[in-house]
Design a protein around this ligand. Sequence first.
Ligand code: SF4
Length: 507
Amino acid sequence: MTESHDLPSASTSTPPRLSKSKYLSGLQCLKRVYLEIHHPQLATAPDASTQAILDMGTEIGELARRRFPGGVLVTAGHRQREAALAYTAELVQDPTVSAIFEGAFLHDGVLVRVDILERVPSQEGISPSWRLIEVKSSTRVKDVHLDDLAIQSQVLLGAGLSLVSTSLMHINTGYVYEEGEVDLTKLFTIQDVTEAVTSRRAEVLGQVAAMKTVLLQSQPPAIEPDHHCHSPYECPFWNHCTKDKPARWIYHLPGSKHVVGRLVEQGIATIDDIPAGSTLSLVQRRVKENVEWISAKLGPALRSVQYPVHHLDFETVMLAVPRFPSTRPYQSIPVQWSNHIEQESGELVHQEFLHSDPTEPRKRWAEALIESLGEMGSICVYSAYEEAMMKQLVEAFPEFRSAFNAIIKRLWDLHPIIKDHYYHPAFQGSYSIKSVLPAVVPSMGYEDLIIREGGQVASEYYRMVFVETDWIEQTTIREALLRYCARDTIAMVELRRVLEKKAKGIG
Ligand code: SF4
């Protein structure tokens, strides 16, 4: 059984109202919807990357509405439910209103806010019909979107509206922005999903009934955390649900969820319980062995660098709404680099670049980078990303092709060297620099930084360049971006130094 019975009993005299987001939580896990409603304080707050995705979704929603001139927004927030319902009812009755944005509808204890409800003109005396349109910043239709639309259409039909179609409005990555205003007819694709949503709607009543039954219980259902907690969304109760699990819990084994699933079926609860001879990948074997491992070839691999060694990292932004000519939605645009240059004597020089204004960043970024890297020495990176970005850039700026081709030949990737020749138990199966750095160089990590992960870079860069007008705030963000990128490159310097010592048996 779970920790469930430690929780104070929920007040369950009447079933609480559901919303569409609660319904989707309930489809993922009945315990999740229960905790969201009765014990929301147990959730972990969204991290900066998740918040950035939510903020981007808000901007997309506002742009999508501009495709429907004459539409009216229901501004009453989620805490003003009655006002939102009353105003929406008024707009439904007003034939001059061509579309309703964020309209509120309630049926059978389920409240939904509808992104766009477009009125379909009808003859006098005949009730209007409507097009239901859900807006997503995603680039394609996903299963969870169909469930989202299924609960919305069920509520709208229950509330007496007539629907002619149901669509998902999402980002069109085929759109190439040129100049001036963004072309909203090309930025968005409106995909009719009426048939798929209609077939899902058959399940909605049963699902809602199951959720209401669970919500009336005094304790959450005894559901064990596993892979379902991460799809379609990361569950915010993961830390709560796993707080009593052992440090070497079997779900911490990296790799295929089928392998973990098979082990769980065999009754294996921890990584240490995995029987010898089980079929495991190399990384899984390292995690199971749980000891530091240094290959005899680590030293020669590290010593294959040529001095001066450049330690290079790029930061890119992927904007849902393209801002620079000849770019597409979500195209990676390089805006920043950091280069720590180490001489054979150990002397270290740091050079960096951050494009800080709303103009096209790539040309100046490339020119400064080529100058910084010069023509001598290895260029240490920590993934194949830098190479991919340079290849992408020369497609748009062929004048840099020969310089970048020469730079690419000097790339020296530390990531596969560590993966092939070194393991530390604190990696816990992950070779990302965020896991490797604090394990190998315990005095260095990312916790002291304002920006601690790549996902935060895009939103902070966007805020600095396109939103903030306060120069003090712009300067604060700029400093945070520079410190984050510089940490990635000094990390590679320190990793090389510490690993060299370990290879010599003095670390
Ligand atoms: S962490 Fe998993 S088990 Fe716990 S509430 Fe979330 S989805 Fe359900």
